[in-house]
Design a protein around this ligand. Structure first.
Ligand SMILES: Cc1ncc(COP(=O)(O)O)c(C=O)c1O
Length: 392
C-alpha cells in the first residue's frame, strides 16, 4: 500500500477509536424480521426500518421469484441505454397513482434520489434553504450544486422566514426538509413551510424516507398526511425502508420528471434495478393498499412509546414509530446498546456526529409484525439495562 495513504488511514482510524465510534456493522444471521439472530443469539429487533415487515412478506417474495424466473436477475444497462424494462415503467406509473402526482422517476436508492434531484435543478443564482437536521443525502445533494445555501435551526419557522425575507434577487429558492426526521422521529412542520413558500415564492421539497408507508392514507407520506396535494413541488420517497425492498423515487410534475430523465445523474449513469426488486416493490404497494399493516405499526408504536415514557426514559420529540431513548454521552449510549443486547434487544447506539453532542441515544423502531409479547419483553429489557446503568 502507498505509505502516505497507510499513514493517513491509520491516523483516521485512531481518531475514530479515540472518539469511541469505531464499530463494524452487526451481522444479522438470517432474515430481517421482528426477531433476528446476531452472534448466535436471538434478539428482538428494534433497529430496522422494515416498519411494516414487508422485507420478508410472502407476497413480495413470490413476486420477486416470479419476476426473476421470467426476466432474469439483472437489468443489463442504465435506464437510458437498454435497461428500461416494461416493469420499470409500470412501477413508476403505480407509484405516481399512489402518490397522486403526475409522474414518478425511480432511482437506485433514496440516497441517490435526493442527490439526483437537487444537483441538476439548482445552480449559481439559486438559494437552497435546508433544515439543520436534514439527512446526509440532502446535504450531499446540496454540496454538488453551486447554489447559495442557508441552514435554519431545526423546524424553526421564524428563522426560516427571516432567511426568506432576505432572499430577494435569487432565481429559484428551495426549502428542503425531511418529512420525518430520522434520528428524532418528529414530523416536519410542512403546512407552515408550504405557507411560507407560497408567501415568498419558494419551491418546496420533502424527503419522505421515514414517512413512506408510515404517514398518510395507506402510507402515502407527509403530503397526504397534511392534505397538501399540489402544494409541494418535489416529493422524494424511499422503497428501502417501510416498502421493504430497495430504491427511491422522485414524485412530482411531468415536466420535473422529464427533466430528471435527461439530467438526473444516478438515473443516467448507474444500472437499473433488477426485475426481482421492481416486482417486489410493486407487490409492496398492493400489500399496503390491501392489508392493514400501517394500523398495526401505529398500535405497536403507541404501546411501546407509552411504555418507555412510563419507565421514565427521555424519548425526545418523537411523534412517529422512530423513538429515540436519549441518554446523553456517546459512551453511555454505546454501553446501553450493549446492555440491551445482553438482555435480548437489538437497537443501535447513536452518538456525535450523527446527533448533537450530549444527545446520544439508542434509537428504537417497532414494526407492525412485533407481537405484544415481543414489546413487553423489550420493555423488561429496557428496565433492567436502564437500571443497571443508572439511566432510570
Ligand atoms: C431521511 C432519509 N433520506 C434518505 C435516506 C436514504 O434512503 P435509502 O436507504 O433508500 O438510500 C435515508 C436513509 O437512511 C433517510 O433516513
Amino acid at each position: 500500500m502507498n505509505k502516505t495513504l497507510e499513514r493517513v488511514l491509520s491516523e483516521k482510524l485512531e481518531d475514530l477509536k479515540r472518539d469511541g465510534v469505531f464499530h463494524l456493522p452487526p451481522v444479522i444471521e438470517g432474515p430481517q424480521g421482528p426477531r433476528v439472530t446476531i452472534r448466535g443469539k436471538e434478539v428482538i429487533n428494534l433497529a430496522s426500518n422494515n416498519y411494516l415487515g414487508l422485507a420478508t412478506h410472502p407476497r413480495l417474495i413470490e413476486a420477486a421469484k416470479k419476476a426473476t424466473e421470467e426476466y432474469g436477475v439483472g437489468a443489463g444497462a442504465v435506464r437510458t441505454i437498454a435497461g428500461t424494462l416494461s416493469m420499470h415503467v409500470a412501477l413508476e406509473e403505480k407509484l405516481a397513482k399512489f402518490k397522486h402526482t403526475e409522474a414518478v422517476l425511480v432511482f437506485q436508492s433514496g440516497f441517490t434520489s435526493n442527490m439526483g434531484v437537487i444537483e441538476p435543478l439548482f445552480e449559481k443564482g439559486d438559494l437552497i434553504i435546508s433544515d439543520a437536521l436534514n439527512h446526509a443525502s440532502i446535504i450531499d445533494g446540496i454540496r454538488l450544486t453551486k447554489a447559495d445555501k442557508k441552514i435554519y435551526p431545526h423546524s424553526d419557522m421564524n428563522a426560516l422566514e427571516d432567511i426568506l425575507k432576505a432572499s430577494d434577487g435569487y432565481r429559484l429558492k428551495l426549502i428542503v426538509t425531511d418529512g420525518v426526521f430520522s434520528m428524532d422521529g418528529d414530523i416536519a412542520k410542512l403546512p407552515e413551510i408550504v405557507e411560507l413558500a407560497e408567501k415568498y415564492g419558494a419551491v418546496v421539497m420533502v424527503d419522505d424516507a421515514h414517512a413512506s408507508g408510515v404517514l398518510g392514507d395507506h402510507g402515502r407520506g407527509t403530503v397526504d398526511h397534511f392534505k397538501l396535494h399540489g402544494r409541494v413541488d418535489i416529493q422524494v420517497g424511499t422503497l428501502s425502508k417501510a416498502i421493504g425492498v430497495l430504491g427511491g423515487y422522485v414524485a412530482g410534475s411531468r415536466k420535473l420528471i422529464d427533466y430528471l430523465i435527461h439530467r438526473g445523474r444516478p438515473f443516467l449513469f448507474s444500472t437499473a434495478h433488477p426485475p426481482g426488486v421492481v416486482a417486489a416493490n410493486m407487490a409492496a404497494i398492493d400489500v399496503m393498499l390491501e392489508e392493514n399493516l400501517q394500523e398495526k405499526l401505529w398500535e405497536n408504536a403507541r404501546y411501546f412509546k407509552r411504555g418507555l415514557k412510563e419507565l421514565g426514559f427521555d424519548t425526545g420529540q418523537s411523534e412517529t414509530p422512530i423513538t429515540p431513548v436519549i441518554v446523553g454521552e456517546g459512551s453511555l449510549a454505546m454501553a446501553f446498546s450493549e446492555a440491551l443486547f445482553e438482555e435480548g434487544v437489538f437497537c443501535t447506539g447513536i452518538a456525535f456526529p450523527t446527533v448533537p453532542k450530549g444527545k446520544a441515544r439508542v434509537r428504537t423502531m417497532v414494526m407492525a409484525t412485533h407481537t405484544k409479547e415481543d414489546l413487553d419483553m423489550a420493555l423488561d429489557a429496557f428496565t433492567s439495562a436502564g437500571k443497571k446503568l443508572g439511566i432510570i
